[in-house]
Design a protein around this ligand. Structure first.
Ligand code: SF4
Ligand code: SF4
Length: 243
């Protein structure tokens, strides 16, 4: 049976308990709740390792170096963001537990510290994204802000073969349905101007001969998406459930 960390530990907490005048308050009786994993789903690992981003998942030996290096987990105090655990859940196919992290997994900052430090050469950042994508394409997670940013970024890059920061920002704002206050826009505009990146609209840079490349990339992306959707079985309601 797989070992599933804190969620299985039940602590009986006793505050201010005295016995014969001695303070004995604290955590008593820590139990491991007995659970039997009823239905693990091997399709999750098959799907993730079949993706361009997820192929290194099988190298993971669960040392935890990635989690110890992860700035979200350590510096930003987001204890529930645990890349080692995400990989573990995907490998054993524990869908129910994985679904608990649909609001967390997309928050990866792509800083790649985990990748730098992984002793087994796992592309942790990519694998975490692949697992997040699995949850999305199977309908277990809604499109996240990170997904929308990826969409805006990809469209922007496909358009001219080079990033137009202003257009990217505006597209992302539109997708998120929000408007940045004028003062903030002006502040960013000045910064972009001084860094030489205010070329936008008809003045934006473009990569020479990009039209042909754009078609090739679009076809490849469409093929990837089609394959991802056709090979992902919906996360079954009870998959990985416990009793
Ligand atoms: S550092 Fe690499 S091998 Fe270790 S748990 Fe993370 S992904 Fe797995
Ligand atoms: S790339 Fe993501 S998972 Fe890896 S250390 Fe950075 S925030 Fe953590």
């Amino acid at each position: 049976m797989p070992i599933v960390e804190k969620s299985l530990v039940e602590v009986d907490r006793n505050d201010s308990v005295k016995l014969d005048g001695i303070d004995v308050s604290g955590d008593w009786s820590a139990f491991l709740r007995s659970r039997v994993v009823a239905d693990l789903d091997p399709c999750i690992l098959d799907w993730v390792k079949d993706q361009p981003l997820g192929s290194t998942i099988t190298r993971c030996w669960q040392c935890g170096t990635c989690t110890a290096s992860c700035c979200l987990h350590t510096d930003y105090g987001m204890a529930e963001f645990n890349p080692r655990y995400f990989l573990y859940l995907a490998k054993i196919g524990y869908a129910t537990e994985l679904r608990r992290y649909t609001n967390t997994i997309w928050r990866c900052l792509s800083c790649n510290k985990c990748v730098e430090r992984c002793p087994k050469g796992v592309k942790v950042e990519e694998v975490v994204h692949a697992i997040g994508r699995y949850l999305r394409v199977t309908g277990a997670a809604p499109e996240s802000p990170a997904d929308r940013f990826d969409r805006a970024f990809t469209e922007n890059l496909l358009d001219r073969g080079i990033l137009d920061e202003v257009a990217l920002f505006r597209t992302y704002e539109r997708l998120e349905g929000r408007r940045t206050p004028l003062r903030e826009m002006l502040r960013m505009g000045v910064r972009l101007f001084w860094s030489g990146r205010l070329r936008t609209g008809p003045f934006a840079n473009r990569t020479r001969g990009w039209n042909r490349m754009r078609e090739v990339l679009r076809a490849r992306l469409a093929e990837d998406e089609r394959r991802a959707l056709s090979t992902a079985s919906p996360v079954r309601a009870g998959a990985g459930g416990t009793r």
